[in-house]
Each structure stands twice: as C-alpha cells, then as structure tokens.
Write a protein that binds this ligand. Sequence first.
Ligand SMILES: [Zn+2]
Length: 160
Amino acid sequence: MKEKKIEIEYQVYQDMSELSKEDAELLTTARTITKQAYAPYSRFRVGAAARTEKGVVTGTNQENASFPVGICAERSLLSTAATLFPGIAIDTIAISYDNEKGESIHPISPCGMCRQALLEYESRGGKPLRVILSGQSGEIIIVESVSKLLPFAFTDKELS
Ligand SMILES: [Zn+2]
C-alpha cells in the first residue's frame, strides 16, 4: 500500500485592485452579468465571463420550475462559447454571484457537474483554462487550470 496526497496551488488576492487589468475587467463583467440570471427559486444569481481570442462570452444560471432542468452559469457560458466560437479555447473564466438572501463576499467555486464540463472544454482547447472565483466583493481566488479543481477526473481517455 502507498499513501499518496494531492495538493493544489492557487492564488488569493485581497481584492480587485491586486488583479491585472484584463482579469479585473473579466471579473467585473462576471459580477455585473449576475443581474441577467434567472433565479426566482434560489435567489442565488451566478454570472460567468470568459475571455477567448475572439472576444468575451458570458453566461448566467437559468432556473426552471422543474428544478433539474435548470442550468448553471458556467455550462450556459460553455454552450454559448462553443456555438459562437467553435474550436476556440477559453483563456480564463471568471465566476461570481449575487446572493439575494445573504452576503456575496467570499469566492464560490463551480459545482461538480460544471467542473467536469469545464475540464472537457479545457481539453478541447488544448491549453490550461484559468479560473477566477469571487463574490461581488472581497477575496479573489485564481486557479491556473480547471484540472486542479477536479482530481481523478473522468476523461475521454477512459473511453478509448
Ligand atoms: Zn454548476
């Protein structure tokens, strides 16, 4: 038997003033786009903004009275990106939220299903997909590759 350990590296920033100009702009877009979420049930509005070489793509969570039908902001964004810019990698995605029932001052991270979807997109793009996580204010986390958020991932290698 061997004991093994997985560690991930990530960066923590106190606020947006510590970010590069382009990361700050992307996060601002993600924070702002939360207003376009359709979240009448959870009142938890999520916004995502991704930078590609063709331009910025956004997404928001879209809920449904039949709860499983709803879609997260991240996967909403990925569908849009793949449709508008087929074959184009995403450099960085920023994810933010606005919780109408509480505070929005700490970073959240993608749900398991979205991590899986983001990982596939990173693989399709052939380069690391950076992830910026934050609320409407406060600390910001940056992870240099979405693969770090999903150790032991199920990938296309299993299907070959
Ligand atoms: Zn999700």
